[in-house]
Design a binder for this molecule. Structure first.
Ligand code: F6R
Length: 240
């Protein structure tokens, strides 16, 4: 399903409504969380619903999509910190409700395998929130990622490091590696909601939705999923 919306605020509201519907049906729902700019409107709208007493998230469990390798959890740009600021605090969650891959583990492969086991032990993800990279990545599954991949170490593409340099003091500060859920992990979620705003995402959105299934556009894997929604504002949908 592709939904073209007038602006970024409408994207955030509709995606938050999808999350709220899942949680109202199942208060102990398992949510998959993206970081970065794209989901900010979703988290802001969810925070508004929680503050207004219209949504109770106290029973949910959350799993982040990815984490940088080598940034301590206290680093302001680690995804553990970003999620603390954008999700845990505004949504009034207990920090224990949100798990993030351990990008500082001594054994990263073991940490990745443990993350997969934790998702499975929670019963799998009910709704996965996704953004999309300008190069078509989802999570940090960069082009050439296998559609069957599981949580693992990935090298960040130069484009991704350049795009994310805005969050760091300089381009060299952006970590080179990450732990990310695989495309196979993401496709196991029972519902996917991908959001994209702005013209910089227009080519990636068009390739993901209307292009061929291709590991060169990892987001095209969503075409294989029976319940995947792509919510875009006018600018991100301009090449559809
Ligand atoms: C982050 C993630 C990435 C981002 C993507 C878009 O957890 O999984 O796939 O969603 O890089 O980033 P923004 O939203 O900052 O443009």
């Amino acid at each position: 399903e592709v939904v073209l919306l007038p602006d970024a605020a409408a994207v955030g509201r509709l995606a938050a409504a999808r999350v709220a519907a899942v949680v109202r049906r199942r208060p102990s729902a398992v949510l998959g969380l993206a970081t970065g700019s794209s989901p900010e409107g979703i988290y802001a709208e969810l925070a508004r619903l929680v503050a207004a007493g219209e949504l109770d998230l106290s029973g949910v469990r959350c799993f982040a999509l990815d984490e940088y390798v080598g940034l301590p959890a206290q680093h302001p740009q680690s995804y553990a910190s970003v999620l603390r600021r954008s999700v845990v605090e505004p949504l009034r969650l207990d920090p224990a409700q949100v798990r993030v891959p351990d990008g500082c583990a001594a054994d990263l492969e073991a940490a990745a395998a443990e993350y997969e086991r934790a998702i499975a032990a929670a019963g799998g993800v009910d709704l996965q929130i996704l953004g999309i990279g300008a190069n078509g990545h989802v999570g940090f599954n960069e082009p050439t990622s296998s559609f069957a991949s599981r949580t693992r170490i990935k090298t960040l593409a130069p484009r991704t490091r350049a795009d994310n340099a805005r969050f760091f003091a300089g381009p060299d500060e952006v970590p080179t590696h990450c732990l990310t859920q695989g495309l196979g992990t993401i496709l196991d979620a029972r519902e996917l909601v991908l959001v994209a705003q702005g013209e910089a995402k227009a080519d990636a959105v068009a390739a993901a939705v209307e292009g061929p299934l291709s590991s060169m556009c990892p987001a095209s894997a969503l075409q294989l999923h029976p319940r995947a929604s792509v919510l875009v504002d006018e600018a991100a949908g301009v090449r559809l």
